[in-house]
Design a binder for this molecule. Sequence first.
Ligand SMILES: [Zn+2]
Length: 282
Amino acid sequence: MGILDGLEALGLGNLKKIDTIYEEEHKNDEQEGVSDQPKKKEEKDFLMEKEFECPVCQRKFKQRLARTTLKCTGHDIDLRPVYEGIDVSKYDVIFCTDCGYAVLTRYFAALAPTHRKLLNENIRKNFKPQNRDLPETISYEDAVLRYKMALANAMVRLAKNSEKAYICLRAAWLYRGMREDAIQKGEKDKDKLKAMQDAEKEYLITAAEGFIKARAGETPPYAGMNSTTLDYVIAAIYMETDTNLKDGVRLLQDVITSRTATPQNKEKARELLIEIKKKLGE
Ligand SMILES: [Zn+2]
């Protein structure tokens, strides 16, 4: 599948002609119920409302984001955090349904006039305004479209490779969450589950490509990560996707011998290295 498939419905089919994501780098308070039985919390209970002003069309709009007081229950091998009661990935894209502006929360900021112009000409002009309602929760399908819009926006405004790669990593995490959710709800359609897994893999591979380019052309931090964390994440993606395993070994050896990596990072790298070497031995 194409990585931007599905944006036709929003009027942005032409964006699919952009066939490369990455350019070559140019250096340069919780309310508890009062009843005796504690109410089981639902997804909506882990969300909060926040108002934003769109930096492209200036409309003020509200959006639901994950609360900041969530309980983290662990991390996947590629550092995806898992929280109790909610898949935070579903709520991490800020999306203006009037003009099509979309961005990951960590990158929400004022725009340079040149970038606003690019977004006006290449997204807003063709975008079909969507329903302004603020739903209690959003579906995985809606969340996928938001990530695709965030990636399309980043491509149009010539964002750094690290940002585009990070959007791809987060989109991969979203598909992983979608598949876990489907399995938990008893989904038996193997083709459906496989499609989610394939989409996750495609985004992971695209993320690793972008992180490699970012590593060569940008200065840290890369999407909030230092060099050793980034190397670890790239190696973890290689392990998860069964690609470039030998490069993964080299990256992890660099982390293990690095003078700046923390003991915890080195330990994680050692554990991952054992797993990759097992795969290579197979
Ligand atoms: Zn807007």
